[in-house]
Design a protein around this ligand. Sequence first.
Ligand SMILES: [Fe+2]
Length: 239
Amino acid sequence: MPPFAGFIDCHSHLAPTGDDGARSVEEGVGLAQEARRAGTAVLFLTPHVWPELPMHDARERRFRAAVAAMAEAPDLPELRIGFELTPDAALLDDDPRRYALAGTGLCLVETPFSGRLRTFYALAEHVEAAGLLPLIAHPERSLSLTGAPAEVARLLERGWPVQVTGASLTGRNGPDSERLALRLLRSAAQCVVASDGHRAYRPAVLDAAWQRVVAELGVEAAERAFGGAEIPGLSAAAS
Ligand SMILES: [Fe+2]
C-alpha cells in the first residue's frame, strides 16, 4: 500500500447548488479549508439529486461553475465532482454515467432513511447495468437497516462497496447508527468513511472518526477505510 496521504472524502455537499449544503462559494470554501486542516486530501463534492430537485442542465452548469470558483481558493483539498442519487423511479430512465464520481467507476446511491428499499435496489441495479459500481451511502443511518440484521445481510450479499459516515462512528447519529457503522467497517467487503458534510453544523471533518477507527480497528484498517484503498477506482482517482 502506498504511504497514507490523507483522507479521501467521497461524499460532501460543500458546493452551492440549491440543496441543503453550502449556500455560497465562500461558505463552501471555508468548510473545505476546515476539512483540509482536519486531514482531508481529496474531497468529492456530491450535491443531492433529489426527486424534487433534479440535476437539470442549468443546475449542473451552476454546480460546475461553483466548483471552478472554489478551486481558486488556497489551502483546499483536491476537489472532485460527483453526485448523490436519492432513489427515485425517475432516475431509472436516466443514464447513471452522468452521475459518476469523477475519475472512478463509482456512483453514490443514497440509502433511504426509512421505508421500503425496493426503489433503492432498483436504482443500484440500474447503476450496475450501466457498467458502474453503486457506492452505497450511509446504510447505518437507515431505519430500514438499523435493528434489521436480515436486511443488512441482504445488502451485504450484493458485494457493493459501502460508505459509512464519520459522524455515525462518533455517535452523533445515535447508538444504533454507531453500532451498525462499526459492524459495516468490520464486515462489509469494501468500506470507506466519508463526511457527508453540509454546513457548519455538519462540517466535512473526519479527524474524530479517524481516531475512533484507529482505537477500534488499528491504524492499518483506518488507513484502508479513510484512504479509499478498498474501493475500486477511488484511491486511483485521487493519486
Ligand atoms: Fe449526502
